[in-house]
Ligand binder design. Structure first.
Ligand SMILES: Cc1ncc(C[n+]2csc(CCOP(=O)(O)OP(=O)(O)O)c2C)c(N)n1
Ligand code: SF4
Length: 268
């Protein structure tokens, strides 16, 4: 899965030909999180147990007495996806089960409130795949800023006005932080490469989202941005509609600077 042929997740169907994330869930139309989950289960197949933090992914899929999950699933408190997954993994190890565990949470449940349980799980070396799907805000509670929200984005808690261009902070580099902590495998992914997801692809092509892996501390960039201006990405979205040319240039500068940093690190 290197450079030229970035993982085409739609090809990773060794796990199951059947959909294990059933239709009838209550997401917004075209929800990227639902698309990611559906494809995630296609890749894993049925021998999997999910520990899912409160988030859109849980709200849309597990409102009692209904469920969209065709695999064993537990909905857990907002901050505990990794903690519960750790316990399940320890129990499976004890019983010599072949089942694997996935902890699933949004960016709020990962970058912010669930960060300590994620870090604890990595510290203890549990054999768990942790998946954070990032919609770059606390979405199901009304689009509040999380520490994954991009610089310049409007959210309800980073309003736009005379004295504010929206979110004033850079996103927390959680994937890299986990690699630095010693997670044996860390990778970013984009649903833009599942099918015809033009906007998500644009995030990669403009450098707003970088596709990389860090394996035992070594960074590999899986796709170089095509040098498209960030304006192409920003201008297509309402949450960035308020940005003037000056601010867009500032975002371009930050993206270029971050990209240089990634490049330097692959050359060490
Ligand atoms: C301790 C605690 N604080 C707050 C909440 C309310 N709450 C539930 S989901 C959520 C936001 C989840 O955001 P994120 O993890 O980014 O997932 P998304 O909704 O964006 O999919 C919040 C604030 C809660 N359930 N528990
Ligand atoms: S708000 Fe939640 S349910 Fe709607 S598209 Fe975003 S992640 Fe999906």
């Amino acid at each position: 899965m290197k450079n030229k042929d970035v993982a085409d997740i739609s090809q990773l169907q060794s796990g199951s030909d059947k959909d294990l994330f059933y239709q009838g869930h209550t997401s917004c139309a075209g929800c990227p999180a639902a698309i990611a989950i559906r494809n995630m289960l296609k890749a894993t197949g049925p021998n999997i147990i999910i520990s899912n933090a409160t988030s859109c992914s849980e709200i849309i899929s597990s409102c009692y007495p209904e469920t969209s999950w065709g695999v064993p699933y537990i909905h857990v408190a907002f901050e505990t996806a990794a903690a519960v997954a750790s316990g399940i993994e320890a129990a499976l190890k004890k019983t010599k089960s072949s089942a694997k565990v996935i902890a699933l949470a949004g960016d709020g449940g990962t970058f912010d409130i669930g960060f300590q349980s994620l870090s604890g799980m990595v510290d203890r070396g549990h054999d768990v795949l942790y998946i954070c799907y990032s919609n770059e805000s606390y979405s199901n509670t009304g689009v509040q800023r999380s520490s994954a929200t991009p610089y310049g984005a409007w959210t309800t808690t980073t309003p736009v006005g005379k004295f504010s261009i929206g979110n004033q902070r850079n996103p927390k580099p959680v994937a890299e932080m986990m690699a630095v902590q010693g997670a044996p495998y860390v990778a970013t992914a984009s649903i833009g490469y599942l099918k015809d997801m033009e906007r998500a692809r644009l995030a990669v092509e403009t450098g707003m989202w970088v596709l990389y892996e860090i394996e035992n501390g070594k960074l590999t960039i899986n796709m170089e941005p095509k040098g498209k201006p960030v304006a192409d990405y920003l201008k297509a979205q309402g949450r960035f509609r308020h940005l003037a040319e000056k601010e867009i240039s500032e975002i371009q500068r930050r993206v270029d600077e971050d990209w240089k940093g990634y490049k330097n690190r692959t050359e060490i």
